[in-house]
Design a binder for this molecule. Structure first.
Ligand code: 23J
Ligand code: MN
Length: 263
């Protein structure tokens, strides 16, 4: 089958609903959960603000529009390599310079929802990934890998989403050896349904924030606060996760869309 024939079929199947577009995006607004870093370490992203310019009124009689105050790393978002010090040297590591061919790719969905429900500090290891591959098939070069934790069900409540106590935030994520394994497989990036790509306790890991450290060191991408991964098959979907073309941006809110075969 030629690429033209495949794309023609894709178009027909999208229109017929035989391929479903699943929205893997959370709501972006003032209530969107945001990362809270230790105040002695860092400055946090301010809450999202949506300001009305006009809505068919004196400020614009026939039109409605808003302006936004919006951190790059807010809500369902993309981490570009330049976000982390280990990825600082890549000329194509910014939102405006990265290769968009890479961000549309098959997605591997690793379901850890039961484990995360039983233990919010659940860590996915290389051994877990190998067992998943034995069941579902190998993870290929250029593909997305996302951890399904069903954490999006908490996103309406920032406290539940961050799940912090006096020992810090508690949410699932990958181990260093998991990341090393996935990087050796040549993935395009790693995604999570939690506030960031790393586990809640990742500040204390070695290296700190291993997902950020290792992914971006290897010019790979991160996706955070993904939603609705429970509507995706383990394999067989295509994920479209494109950041805004922010001038030398380090990341961006995205509308993450998955193409999923229906039935
Ligand atoms: C800065 C520092 C630590 C983390 C993060 C940002 C993120 O999660 C992010 O949004 O990239 S963990
Ligand atoms: Mn981020």
């Amino acid at each position: 089958m030629t690429a033209s024939e495949t794309l023609k079929d894709l178009g027909e199947m999208l229109l017929a609903g035989r391929i479903e577009v699943v929205d893997c995006t959370g709501l972006l607004g003032p209530q969107t959960p945001l990362l809270k870093l230790p105040p002695e370490l860092a400055v946090d992203t301010p809450p999202v603000e949506i300001h009305r310019i006009s809505e068919y009124d004196d400020n614009g009689p026939f039109w409605a529009w808003n302006w936004l105050k919006l951190g790059e790393h807010s809500g369902t978002h993309f981490d570009a390599p330049h976000h982390w010090i280990t990825g600082r040297e890549f000329p194509d590591g910014y939102t405006d310079t990265l290769d968009v061919q890479r961000v549309v790719a098959p997605v591997n969905v690793i379901d850890c929802s039961k484990e995360a429900a039983a233990d919010p500090d659940f860590l996915l290891t290389a051994e877990h990934v190998k067992a998943w591959e034995a069941e579902h098939g190998p993870i290929g070069a250029g593909e997305w890998v996302v951890l399904r934790s069903d954490w999006d069900k908490r996103a309406g409540d920032e406290a539940a989403f961050l799940n912090a106590d006096e020992t810090g935030p508690h949410s699932p994520g990958p181990t260093l050896d998991c990341l090393e394994y996935l990087i050796a497989r040549g993935i395009v990036g790693w995604g999570s349904q939690c506030i960031g790509t790393d586990a809640g306790q990742a500040a204390g890991m070695s290296p700190p924030f291993p997902a950020h450290n290792m992914l971006h060191k290897n010019n790979m991408f991160g996706l955070a606060s993904l939603a609705n991964l429970d509507r995706l098959p383990p394999k067989g979907a295509i994920l479209i996760a494109a950041p805004l073309k922010i001038a030398h941006g380090t990341g961006s809110p995205i509308r993450a869309l998955a193409l999923v075969p229906r039935g």
